[in-house]
Design a binder for this molecule. Structure first.
Ligand SMILES: *Cc1c(COP(=O)(O)O)cnc(C)c1O
Length: 347
């Protein structure tokens, strides 16, 4: 047996209480509808292993993933019938897999409907395109024979501009309502996180928040309602003094204008802490702010320890990662900030 590796100097703490609170908030804001959860991309990078059980306990009963490879880890933690696979059955093998695992395929086209029925069919979801022109059945194909033969649980569509005051929202709402009148289904769903705030007309029977569960604030109406969930932390792997004129990191973009103490932490762009944080990011220790100095490198970032002279090698600092603020600061989207966090984090 190889020896057990020691714990990594990089971890991502998921605040499950905040996650559950965010789900309850979004469920309440969904009115008569129940809130499900988008848990694709390993629950937006946070890890389905901790996220899915916490959401189940909070009361969430519907889960959405994108890829077929993402279905089993979720279906191992909740009843498989509560898992939907958004990309749909592209191959016969996908369709057989859905039946074997017991998860629902989201049917996005007539050919996917045919494939599902040929594989034996059963309860599925149906995505209709109402204007985003990404995945989904065009409305004029709703009457086709394979579609009419489906046993549809959730009839869903996806909003393109829910986070904006856009005329597209009302148009998509109208088309979704037309689709609801044309095809038999058990439940209807339109809203993502931002869509929930557009009002009761957009709620149907099921809402599908993703980013807001994980601490994202995609629109002003959710300001003040959502708690931070993901907290990246890294350990100091070296502490060193700088003299006036010393530079830090690749290309010497930071030059000390005084004697100062700096720390090297074990996080870099390979971990999703991208170069846009160079001379820009902040670490936090007990409320004290420790700015990033110089370029972020692949595995390391240097920070100013002036505000925390007590910190030493082996101590941990938290990456300032309030999503709305971090997005403004970095130019990355709140979605990218989460899903980009790398594999070296212990989750
Ligand atoms: C990702 C996704 C969601 C969740 O969207 P957020 O903006 O993260 O709330 C909902 N529905 C579908 C179809 C999705 O692909």
């Amino acid at each position: 047996m190889p020896p057990e590796p020691p714990p990594a100097a990089l971890r991502l703490t998921v605040d499950r209480d905040a996650l559950a609170a965010n789900w309850r908030t979004l469920n309440a804001l969904s009115g008569q509808a129940a809130a499900g959860a988008a848990v694709k991309a390993d629950a937006y990078g946070l890890g389905v292993g901790s996220v899915v059980p916490a959401l189940w306990e909070a009361g969430c009963r519907d889960y959405l993933v994108a890829h077929w490879t993402e279905a089993a880890p979720v279906a191992a933690r909740v009843p498989p019938g509560s898992v939907s696979v958004l990309h749909g059955p592209l191959t016969d093998r996908d369709a057989r897999y859905a039946r074997d695992l017991g998860v629902k395929p989201v049917i996005n086209s007539v050919s996917q409907a045919q494939r599902w029925i040929e594989a034996g069919g059963g309860l599925c979801d149906l995505m209709v395109d109402t204007g985003i022109n990404r995945l989904g059945l065009p409305l004029d194909q709703l009457g086709s024979e394979p579609i009419a033969a489906l046993q549809v649980d959730v009839l869903l569509s996806h909003l393109a501009s829910a986070d904006e005051n856009s005329g597209l929202n009302a148009l998509q709402l109208q088309r979704w309502n037309e689709a609801r009148g044309q095809i038999a289904h058990r439940r209807a769903s339109l809203a993502n996180s931002a869509g929930i705030t557009l009002g009761a007309d957009y709620h149907g029977d099921l809402t599908r928040p993703g980013i807001a569960l994980y601490g994202g604030v995609p629109c002003a109406a959710l300001d003040g309602h959502i708690r931070q969930v993901a907290r990246p932390e890294a350990a100091l792997i070296q502490v060193r003094p700088l003299q006036l004129g010393d530079s830090v990191g690749y290309n010497a973009t930071f030059v000390a204008d005084r004697t100062m103490r700096v720390g090297v932490i074990s996080i870099g762009y390979a971990d999703g802490y991208l170069r846009c944080w160079s001379d820009n990011g902040t670490m936090v220790h007990e409320g004290r702010e420790l700015p990033v100095l110089g370029r972020v490198s692949m595995d390391m970032t240097v920070i100013d320890l002036t505000a925390a002279p007590d910190l030493n090698e082996g101590d941990w600092v938290e990456v300032a990662y309030d999503l709305p603020q971090a997005a403004t600061r970095s130019g990355l989207s709140q979605y990218e900030l989460l899903t980009g966090l790398g594999r070296r984090f212990v989750r």
